[in-house]
Design a protein around this ligand. Structure first.
Ligand code: FE2
Length: 352
């Protein structure tokens, strides 16, 4: 922590209401009934429905006496068409609440379905920072990955296929009203998704901690997230059934999300969004492929902060070369077969 002899900066800290813990998915209906009078649009994808989590949320909603309409057509890297279809369904079904169940794709799509449905705007008009003027309906998020943190962030990312571009929307009106985080939902993730979303959470922590907009409040969450992920992501990878490690990863994802939502991100995410728009790559994998270059570029301007991150994750601090070597070693252990690490791990061919 860098507080001694420094004046504290003026900073805000925004967050939704948060419910965290195994079994909390059962509480969605109870909280939704406080927000909805008519009908709930449940936004999800086929994979999450197949794993049973969408139905579990719907059952909770039904037990609380709510009617349901479902929209399960969200794709990985959701597109403008997904948002438009979802908004039509929301309006046709006369809904007054949205519940998103899934990873970043479903939650980002749900956020945009809401603001398009209430404003009538074309989603392209809402791209950028602070352009959302009309709030969407109340939104409850139930994340099923430990990584995106879309359930606490003011950000949504939608792909414009025509322009081969990921549109980024940033507004405090995109912060969900309630996040119900049940770590048990991550038990059905396969190894690739566990690793790619977990490394995304790590990138969030690293970028938030070295951000110019960081503050003592975000530092607390960013550093602790990096510490937990350094231990728990390899543990989950070694034993996917380790529920304790799964819970810690979900907590670390939340911490990293609170950190970057209030400290912003950096070069790594800026570059990954550009690459993702061009190649439709998986976000956490694209981000991993850029990690070494970004750390080397930033390190001279934030040595102390990178050293603290290295100590938190690996127990030592030896400068940029050991830091990069340890990060690459961790990525190598997590996904030894992955071509996406590319040049970052020493000369493999990258698909980007
Ligand atoms: Fe990310």
């Amino acid at each position: 922590m860098i507080l001694v002899d420094e004046r504290l900066p003026v900073r805000k800290f925004a967050s939704p209401e948060i419910i965290f813990g195994s079994g909390s998915i059962e509480l969605v209906g109870q909280h939704a009934s406080n927000l909805s009078r008519r009908r709930v649009l449940v936004v999800s994808d086929r994979g999450v429905r197949g794993a049973g989590w969408t139905r579990a949320v719907e059952s909770s909603l039904e037990r609380s006496g709510l009617d349901i309409a479902s929209f399960d057509r969200v794709r990985v890297n959701p597109r403008i068409e997904d948002v438009e279809s979802g908004a039509r369904r929301y309006l046709d079904e006369d809904c007054d609440l949205i519940v998103a169940v899934g990873g970043g794709s479903s939650m980002d799509c749900a956020k945009c379905i809401g603001i398009v449905a209430t404003s009538g705007s074309d989603i392209r008009e809402l791209e950028g920072v602070g352009t959302v003027r009309v709030p969407g309906p109340p939104l409850i998020c139930v994340p099923t990955t430990a990584g995106s943190s879309a359930d606490v962030s003011p950000i949504a990312v939608i792909t414009d296929v025509e322009r081969r571009k990921k549109m980024v929307l940033i507004s405090r009106l995109l912060i969900p009203d309630l996040s119900v985080i049940d770590p048990e939902t991550t038990m059905t993730l396969d190894t690739r998704l566990t690793v790619s979303t977990g490394t995304d959470a790590l990138m969030h922590a690293l970028e938030a901690y070295v951000s110019n907009a960081s503050s003592p409040m975000t530092d607390l969450f960013a550093l602790e997230a990096a510490r937990i992920i350094g231990q728990s992501l390899p543990a989950v990878h070694r034993d996917p059934g380790d529920m304790g490690a799964r819970e810690r990863m979900m907590l670390a994802s939340l911490y990293a999300g609170l950190a970057f939502s209030n400290a912003s991100l950096g070069l790594l995410h800026a570059m990954e969004h550009a690459l993702g728009g061009l190649y439709d790559s998986i976000h956490g994998e694209g981000a991993s492929s850029l990690l070494e270059q970004v750390v080397r570029f930033n390190y001279p301007c934030a040595r102390e902060r990178y050293d603290e991150l290295e100590r938190a994750m690996f127990g030592t601090a030896g400068g940029v070369d050991p830091l990069v070597a340890q990060l690459n070693g961790m990525l190598e252990e997590l996904a030894p077969e992955a071509a996406w690490k590319g040049t970052a791990s020493g000369g493999r061919t990258s698909r980007v």
